[in-house]
Design a protein around this ligand. Sequence first.
Ligand code: XMP
Length: 329
Amino acid sequence: MDIENIRRPESMKRIDTPELAQAFIEEQIAEVRAQVGDKKVLLALSGGVDSSVVAALLIRAIGDQLYCVHVNHGLLRKGEPEQVIEVFRNQMKANLIYVDASDRFLDLLKDVTDPEEKRMIIGGEFINVFAEEAAKLEGIEFLAQGTIWPDILESEAGIKAHHNAGGLPEEMNFELVEPVRILFKDEVRVVGKELGLPDNMVYRQPFPGPGLGVRCPGAITRDRLEAVRESDAILREEFEKNGLAGKVWQYFTVVPDFKSTGVKDGKRTFDWPCIIRAINTTDVMEVTVEHLPPEMMDHLVQRIITEVPGINRVLYDFTPKPPATVEYE
Ligand code: XMP
């Protein structure tokens, strides 16, 4: 059967228990083996929930017939590429090709200020890097993707293109393998947990494809990007410590491209502000702001201004959506 025609059965029970997840995993292992045989499968593994669950499932089903490519575009959060390598290469023994393409992306993005142009460059270069890696491998016939059921529904409704990998299949002539195609996001998480993926991978907050690139508004510079990455790491650590990780939908920092005057150790500074955004939502169309405890705010401010080079102010974004979108670009 052509995979494009596989649909979620109306009668399908929501996968919300380990038993149901196990049954789904067994079923998919059999289906993937039947589809793929002894051929090789390629997967772009971003480290996000969907591609990670697909990787873990396919490792169970076909072991080293799976080739995962993790492209580091230089816009990932602190510790992310390391975690992908640890979980998939070291623990699950996957064939993992890790490509540090940070310099390529950052060189291309130099002086680019338009948000949509930044997105196009990041998306386009991702395809280039992935295609180059695919070309080095011989005998690949299948491309695995973390397409999920809402992607299909949204693409049918004309809201977005559902192929996460951005047009790769048509160009590269692979047959698709989409083992979580009929699942809702919450079900993907239950299946991922059952496959042994760590909680911070399975329950992680949404993260945009262009990564920290859209949180470093205007032309991306390496120093400001590092300020975003470091402040984001501090924010995530404090959310974890305060039991808010997994409770708040999305939280991150933005470092805008302007400077203001400050004073440190009796000397004038001229540095960037760091903006904290923490929001809650169910459908991302409408968003409310999470109000953090005052002590946590004070602690965050102290940590960010002392630990992150180039920051001399911390601001909090109190704006709901609408009128403000979640991301700044
Ligand atoms: P906005 O900013 O549109 O964000 O209110 C809504 C949700 O979508 C995420 N987002 C993106 N995800 N590529 C993605 O994969 C993107 O270019 C992108 N822009 C925004 C955002 O993080 C939020 O969860």
